[in-house]
Design a protein around this ligand. Sequence first.
Ligand SMILES: [Zn+2]
Length: 130
Amino acid sequence: MWRKLFRNFYLESDKFIIRVVEGKGEAIFAHRDLAIGETIGCFEGVPVAHPTKYSLTLDGVIVDPSGSLKFLNHSCTANSFFSGRILKADRDIPSGEEITIDYLATEKEISNGFLCRCGSDYCRGRIGNF
Ligand SMILES: [Zn+2]
């Protein structure tokens, strides 16, 4: 599924790439300019009974991802959102910008809480209980 271009850099569609960011792990970046409302990708995976590290709750179903969108990171001012299992741009996203979602928009409970470092003026700090 992934085309390996070189170490730590994967291109899955013309819309986004997966890169390993030092100190952060895998992250998804726009590979070209994306327009507001544009479909970025589909959250592929299987329904599970309990949240996992990478699962998201979409349309009331906990989905454990099998596709690369499991690498979506959180931002308190995310630039994309899910409509069902479809990831869409919430605003124009320039090529090279990290694509993020707001985990609290889909999750009632965060299974692996963390201290957010998104850098937004509206950062909530602690995401989940820990
Ligand atoms: Zn934040």
